[in-house]
Design a protein around this ligand. Structure first.
Ligand code: HXC
Length: 514
């Protein structure tokens, strides 16, 4: 056969594979408002950068008449490409082929691209759109999931792992995304659950839709399984591109440095905090008042909004922000906000991203619900994550820093490298009202005018403790700064921290309060 004929044969075979699950299935996919697996990959990656691997892989199942079925690529497309010129490994399950279900060869393809990503130390992006374990392949499918979970865990903290849920992600399949760093969901398209409507109906006799059990909004706002929520696949892909620009490609590299720019703010930073210290404000305004170009990529925006996490740039380099949000629940730490913050701190530490903490909060949320949900265990995660982290850690106390909250939010005592306080900072065991009621209980009760005495004692307590100067006198904070000086102090601290060395005792690993 002449070379031309070989090439023709190759082209014919490729064309055949590109038909995926056939015209009917493709039409159904598009009718659901979903892109096809290859379109998804091509839209996320830089134009013409996709190099597909293992296009000709076929399933090896022999039961249930499977030997007579062809499943192109075994229902998953894998390969490499670039995003903003940066190499990534990628896979996308193809729902048009046997519902993107995971059989032995499908799993092998995913494992192969995962191994490649880890070996080459580049980010891994997995697009999930699948009916779960391929029923006809039995234990081979389960084995496949196990192999994927193992690799997710091995790669954790070495390369960024991104999961995109663009269809069903059912049963045990959900645990691969759960083991990865960032999960993206899209309104009306993402469905992620351990047990679907039929199982819940059978076992519990209750009727729910897939959307109610595990739709995009549920995961982004209630369950906390998703980190980014989008209204369309295109918006979701834009979010992925923004994230990839901000994070290092592996734990040995720094994120891309881009030209430093000053913040683009209209009002001065001190005008962002209300005069009345009891009034709430949006901490995101302060973050944007500090970052280059006032840009900030918020993560888990809809979940536990009493704490804000995300990435911005300072002097062109990526920094992670952890900030109490006074606008929501006064910015308290509770079970969910502790989980949210602790995981993010660990991400930043694993990938050498400095952390800036902005503090304004009255402590941990009191209440029997929180106690019973394990606020002790969850709250401890924040203490653990900050103490363990060796990246540069800088805190700015804006207003309240009470009790456990003062300690937890990257205090000097947990190893902060720099702690700055605005003159409005109140560093105390608890708020003046609560403190006065407890400490001066007897004087207030026996006073001729108890309310007058209470106000007097609150004022006395405020003057004594609710300011930054007691902590400053003990060296617990490094400097009381004017709000307008914040960016300057932070830039200086970050620059100085570039050569930071931190020692930790040698151990196999610690035992964080998971
Ligand atoms: C084999 C499957 C499949 C599966 C779907 N298909 N799921 N084939 N194994 N798990 C096939 C269908 O037979 C159909 O094939 C095609 O994919 C499209 O599926 P439809 O049902 O027609 O699509 P739709 O109506 O959109 O419903 C999608 C779905 C539903 C909601 C995902 O298919 C479904 O409920 N599937 C089962 C989900 C599930 O319970 N998975 C968990 C498995 S256990 P044809 O040939 O007709 O086009 C598990 C445990 C893993 O995953 C544990 C790891 C630790």
């Amino acid at each position: 056969m002449a070379l031309k004929q070989f090439i023709q044969e190759l082209r014919k075979r490729k064309k055949e594979v590109l038909t995926g699950g056939g015209e009917q299935a493709l039409k159904k996919q598009l009718a659901m408002g979903k892109l096809t697996a290859r379109q998804r990959i091509q839209t996320i990656l830089d134009e013409d950068s996709f190099k597909e691997y293992d296009m000709f892989v076929e399933h090896v199942a022999r039961d249930f008449d499977m030997q007579n079925k062809t499943l192109h690529g075994d229902g998953v497309i894998t390969g490499t490409g670039t995003i903003n010129g940066q190499h990534v490994c990628i896979y996308a399950q193809d729902f048009t082929v046997a519902g993107g279900s995971l059989g032995l060869m499908h799993a092998r393809k995913i494992c192969k691209i995962m191994d490649h990503a880890l070996k080459m130390r580049v980010p891994l992006i997995g697009i999930n759109d699948s009916g779960g374990a391929r029923i006809q392949e039995g234990v081979n499918s389960l084995a496949g999931y196990g192999e994927i979970f193992f690799r997710n865990t091995m790669a954790s903290g070495v390369i960024p792992q991104i999961s995109v849920i663009l269809g069903p992600c059912a049963g045990g399949a959900v645990y691969s995304p759960a083991l990865t760093d960032f999960v993206f969901v899209v309104e009306n398209i993402s469905k992620m659950f351990i047990t679907g409507p039929q199982v819940i109906k059978t076992v519990l006799g209750e009727d729910y839709t897939m959307e109610e059990i595990g739709g995009a909004k549920i995961h982004a706002s209630v369950a906390g399984n998703a980190h980014f929520y989008a209204r369309s696949e295109i918006e979701c892909f834009d979010q992925i591109k923004q994230l990839i620009k901000l994070i290092p490609i592996n734990n040995q590299q720094n994120a891309l440095k881009i030209n430093p720019r000053p913040p683009k703010i209209k009002k001065s930073i001190e005008d962002m905090v209300p005069e009345d210290v009891r009034m709430p404000y949006d901490i995101r305004d302060i973050i944007k008042g500090i970052t280059d170009g006032s840009e900030f990529l918020e993560i888990m925006e809809l979940f536990a909004p009493n704490i804000i996490i995300g990435f911005g740039r300072m002097d062109g380099e990526t920094v992670g922000f952890v900030a109490n949000q006074p606008k929501v629940l006064a910015g308290v730490l509770d079970c969910d906000s502790s989980d949210k913050a602790a995981r993010f701190i660990r991400y930043c530490n694993a990938f050498n991203i400095p952390i800036i903490t902005l503090e304004d909060m009255p402590g941990y949320l009191p209440g029997i619900d929180q106690e019973h949900m394990g606020v002790i265990r969850h709250g401890a995660k924040v203490l653990y994550a900050y103490s363990e982290a060796t990246v540069p850690k800088i805190t700015v106390i804006i207003r309240k820093a009470y009790g456990g909250g003062y300690i937890a939010m990257n205090s000097r005592h947990l190893g902060a490298d720099f702690v700055f306080a605005w003159p409005t900072a109140e560093i105390a065991v608890m708020g003046p009202e609560g403190a006065a009621n407890i400490v001066f209980k007897r004087e207030i009760e026996t006073a001729e005018n108890p309310e007058e005495m209470r106000q007097k004692k609150i004022q006395e307590y405020k003057e004594k403790f609710a300011n930054p100067y007691v902590a400053a006198a003990k060296g617990y904070i490094d400097e009381v700064i004017e709000p307008a000086e914040t960016r300057d102090y932070l830039l200086n601290a970050l620059s100085l921290s570039k050569t930071k060395v931190a020692y930790r005792p040698e151990k196999k690993h610690g035992i964080p309060p998971f």
